[in-house]
Design a protein. Sequence first.
Length: 61
Amino acid sequence: MIRVRGFCVFPEDDVTHPAPPHTVSLGSLYVRHGRWLRRQAARRFGASHAEDLAQETWVKL
């Protein structure tokens, strides 16, 4: 342990790292948020472009 201005600093070997966050598939994200994304795109850019914009967004992910 090393003290630096009142804080304790531990060498990297002593630090335990948390488990990686739960991974979520793009398919499940689309199911949960696809309708919202299409609705927002329709509001901002018009209904005629909403579906294409939503699809391109998912392709880029």
